[in-house]
Design a protein around this ligand. Structure first.
Ligand SMILES: Cc1ncc(C[n+]2csc(CCOP(=O)(O)OP(=O)(O)O)c2C)c(N)n1
Ligand SMILES: [Mg+2]
Length: 647
C-alpha cells in the first residue's frame, strides 16, 4: 500500500490516466515532475479525498498544466466528480460486478457471447457462463471470435459479445470492429485489462488498451469494477450498439488478482427492460411529390426486417423500377433483376432516363451502376442512416434515416390511378428480360466450371429460409450480376470495408445464430481464414462452404495491372495473382470438415441438393484468365441485345 493522503491544502493530485480515461485532454507535464503521470487540480478545502493507497494513484506534487487547470477551473466540481477514485475491491465485489454487468447485457437482449480463453478475463468468463440467458461459445482465435460475433449481429440485428484477455488478444478484434463500424452492424467488445497501476509498465501481457480501436467504435468505456451500476452499464452498452446506425462498442475492464472470488454471488434475476425508442422524423410529402415523375429506385446494404414489403408498396405507388443489391433483394412487379448488366451499357439509361433516383442504403455493389450515379448528373435523393458520408457525393437531398423506417413513415397515400403511364417501368422491365435471356444463354454456352454459373446455381438452389453469405471479391459481384434475385433467402456479406478476412468466421457466426448458411468464397479469402475451419468442425456448425479455387486473386485479372508492361506478368502473378497450388478440399479435411471437389455441373447440383446439417466444403476449380474471358463474353452478349432494343 502506498501513501494514502492525496489532498493537501487546496490541491488535489490526480493521475493523468484517470483524466484521459474520462475524456479529458491532458497536455504533457513539465520536467520538474517527479511523477510524469501526475497533474494537480485545485479543489475545495472540504473536498478531502483519500487515495486508497494503490500504487496506481501514487501522485506527487507538480505544477498544473495550464489547459488542464482551465478545464478544471471551468467545471471544478464536475471534474472532481468525474475523476473520482477507485475503491478497494475484493474478488467477491468483482464477481458481483461482473454478474450484474452480464445481466444488464442479457436484460437488453444479448443472447450470445464468443469467449476467448485467457486468465485476466476470468471474472467475466465466469459471469457469462453463469448467466442462463446467454449462449456462450468458446473461440480460440480472437480474430475469428470477432468476426463470428459480427456474423451473429448481421444475421439477427442484435449484438453479440466478444470477450478477450489482455494484451495482443484484444488487437485481433480490430478487423471485425472496422467492418462492424462501416457496415453499421451491432457488436459489443469486452477486453480484460491489467490493473491501472500496471499501465505503461512492462508488466506481462500489458499494453495500452485505452481507446484501442480509436474512432472505429461508437463508444469506449473504461469500466472500473465496483463503481457505478454495472447492470445499467451492461444495458447501455447493448442499447448503444443496437441504436441506429448500429455499430461496435468497446468496454475495457481492469481486474486485479486474485481473479477468483471466495464465494460466488447470486446470479441476478432476469428483468424485462425496454430500451428507449427514438422518434422517427416525417418527411412530409416527399415521396408523394414524386408520383408524377419517373423514379428509379436503387437499394443496397443489409436492411431492417420489413424493408421488402415497404419498398414494394412505395415502388408500386411511384411506378418505379427497383434495382436492389443481393443483401436487400426485393422480388415483385417492379423488380429489375439485372441492374448491373443493364448499367454495363449506358443505353438503358439513355432509352429510359429517370427524372430522379431514390437511393436507399449505402453505395451499390455494381461498379457500372455507381459510376453512372456519380457521373449522370441525374437528381438523386439518398436515404441512409450512417455515420459515413456518401462517397459518390451526387445526392441533392440526403435524409439521415433508416430506409425501412423512412419508407414505412412516408409511403405515399395516393395510389397511381389506372390511367397512369407505366411506360417508364415497362421499358426497364423489358430491357431486363432481354438482358436476362442473353446472359443466361451465354452462361449456358460456357463449359462448366465457370464462375458466373457457380454463383447463379448456388442462389437458384438455396432452400427457402436459408442464409447465403457472399465473400468479398468476385463472389458478391458474380451474384449481383448473374444470379436471379430471391426474397425467400437472406443474403449477407461483409461490405463495410469489403475485406476478404474473417469470411468463414463471419459465416460461422451467422450460422450459429440459427439458420443453415451457404458461403460462397474465393480461395484466397478461404486461406486467409483457414483456422476458422477447425472451429467450424469442432462446433459442428451448419455451414456449407463453396470455394471457387482459381488459384489466386481472380479479381485482379480484371485490372489494368494484369496487362501492364510496368508491372510485367511475372510480378503480376507474384504480387497480385498470388497462386498457391493448394487444395482447399485437403485443408478442410485436415481440419475435420467433410470436403469434396466437383468437376461437373451435375456433381455440383447434387452436392448442393443435400440439406445442410453440419459443416461441409465444396471446392470448384476455375482459371483466372479464362474467367475474365467468360465475363467479357457474357457482358458483351447482354450489351448487344440492349443496343438492338434501343437503337
Ligand atoms: C483483408 C484484405 N486483404 C486484402 C484485400 C485485397 N483483395 C481484394 S480481393 C483479393 C483477392 C481475393 O481472392 P479470392 O478470395 O481468391 O477471390 P477471387 O478474386 O479469386 O474471386 C484481395 C487480396 C482485401 N480486400 N481484404
Ligand atoms: Mg481466387
Amino acid at each position: 500500500m502506498g501513501t494514502p493522503a492525496l489532498c493537501r491544502n487546496d490541491r488535489l493530485f490526480v493521475h493523468v490516466d484517470h483524466l484521459e480515461r474520462r475524456g479529458w485532454l491532458v497536455p504533457p507535464v513539465g520536467d520538474d515532475h517527479t511523477d510524469p503521470g501526475a497533474v494537480e487540480y485545485p479543489t475545495d478545502q472540504n473536498d478531502l479525498h483519500r487515495d486508497r493507497g494503490t500504487a496506481a494513484h501514487r501522485s506527487v506534487e507538480g505544477h498544473c498544466p495550464t489547459s488542464a487547470l482551465r478545464c478544471a477551473a471551468a467545471q471544478p466540481r464536475a471534474c472532481l466528480l468525474a475523476v473520482g477514485f477507485p475503491s478497494v475491491t475484493t474478488p467477491d465485489d468483482t464477481a458481483r460486478y461482473c454478474a450484474n454487468l452480464v445481466s444488464g447485457l442479457a436484460d437488453a437482449g444479448v443472447d450470445t457471447a464468443f469467449l476467448s480463453p485467457g486468465s485476466r478475463n476470468t471474472p467475466l468468463t465466469i459471469a457469462f457462463i453463469r448467466e442462463p440467458r446467454i449462449n456462450n461459445i468458446a473461440i480460440r482465435d480472437e480474430q475469428s471470435g470477432g468476426f463470428a460475433a459480427l456474423g451473429h449481429g448481421k444475421a439477427t440485428g442484435r449484438p453479440a459479445v466478444v470477450l478477450s484477455t489482455s494484451g495482443s488478444a484484444a488487437a485481433h478484434y480490430f478487423p471485425s470492429i472496422v467492418e462492424a463500424n462501416q457496415a453499421a452492424s451491432p457488436l459489443i467488445v469486452l477486453t480484460a485489462d491489467r490493473p491501472a497501476r500496471l499501465r505503461g509498465t512492462g508488466a506481462p501481457q500489458t499494453m495500452d488498451q485505452m481507446n484501442l480501436y480509436g474512432r472505429h467504435v461508437k463508444s469506449f468505456t473504461d469500466l472500473e469494477v465496483a463503481t457505478g451500476n454495472a447492470r445499467s452499464e451492461g444495458r447501455v452498452l447493448a442499447t448503444f450498439a443496437s441504436f441506429l446506425p448500429a455499430g461496435p462498442v468497446h468496454a475495457n475492464v481492469s481486474f486485479d488478482e486474485p481473479l477468483l472470488p471466495d464465494t460466488m454471488p447470486q446470479v441476478p434475476h432476469a428483468m424485462e427492460w425496454e430500451p428507449p425508442v427514438a422518434e422517427e422524423p416525417q418527411h412530409g410529402d416527399l415521396l408523394e411529390s414524386l408520383t408524377a415523375r419517373r423514379v428509379l429506385i436503387v437499394a443496397s446494404g443489409r436492411q431492417q426486417p420489413g424493408f421488402q414489403n415497404a419498398l414494394d408498396r412505395v415502388a408500386a405507388a411511384l411506378g418505379a423500377p427497383i434495382i436492389a443489391d443481393p443483401q436487400c433483394w426485393v422480388v415483385g412487379a417492379n423488380t429489375v433483376e439485372y441492374g448491373d448488366l443493364l448499367a454495363t451499357s449506358r443505353y438503358a439509361f439513355a432509352a429510359a432516363p429517370p427524372d430522379v433516383v431514390l437511393r436507399l442504403g449505402p453505395i451499390p455493389t455494381s461498379k457500372p451502376l455507381s459510376t453512372w450515379l456519380e457521373e449522370s448528373g441525374v437528381e438523386q435523393i439518398l436515404v441512409d442512416k450512417s455515420r459515413l458520408r456518401d462517397p459518390l457525393g451526387s445526392a441533392a437531398v440526403v435524409i439521415d434515416q433508416d430506409p425501412t423506417l423512412f419508407l414505412v413513415a412516408n409511403a405515399p397515400n395516393r395510389q397511381r390511378d389506372a390511367a397512369s403511364d407505366d411506360a417508364f417501368l415497362n421499358q426497364w422491365l423489358d430491357m431486363d428480360t432481354a438482358v436476362r435471356d442473353a446472359m443466361s444463354a451465354s452462361i449456358d454456352g460456357l463449359p462448366f466450371p465457370n464462375e458466373p454459373a457457380v454463383a447463379r446455381i448456388l442462389i437458384a438452389t438455396a432452400r427457402p429460409g436459408d442464409l447465403v453469405f457472399l465473400g468479398s471479391s468476385m463472389p458478391i459481384r458474380d451474384v449481383d450480376a448473374f444470379a436471379q434475385p430471391r426474397s425467400d433467402i437472406a443474403v449477407l456479406a461483409n461490405r463495410g470495408v469489403n475485406g476478404i478476412d474473417g469470411t468463414i468466421s463471419t459465416a460461422m457466426g451467422a450460422a450459429l445464430a440459427g439458420n443453415p448458411v451457404t458461403l460462397l468464397v474465393g480461395d484466397v479469402a478461404a486461406l486467409h481464414d483457414a483456422t476458422a475451419l477447425s472451429e467450424v468442425a469442432r462446433l459442428n456448425v451448419p455451414l456449407r462452404i463453396v470455394v471457387v479455387n482459381n488459384d489466386g486473386g481472380g479479381i485482379f485479372s480484371f485490372l489494368p495491372q494484369a496487362r501492364s508492361e510496368i508491372v510485367g506478368l511475372e510480378s503480376f502473378e507474384q504480387h497480385w495473382g498470388t497462386p498457391h497450388g493448394l487444395s482447399l478440399q485437403r485443408i478442410a479435411q485436415a481440419m475435420g470438415v467433410n470436403a469434396v471437389r466437383v468437376e461437373t455441373a451435375s456433381e455440383y447440383l447434387e452436392e448442393l441438393s443435400t440439406p445442410i446439417d453440419g459443416p461441409s466444403l465444396i471446392e470448384v476449380h476455375s482459371n483466372r484468365e479464362q474467367n475474365v474471358e467468360h465475363h467479357r463474353e457474357i457482358r458483351s452478349s447482354a450489351r448487344s441485345v440492349l443496343r438492338q432494343d434501343v437503337e
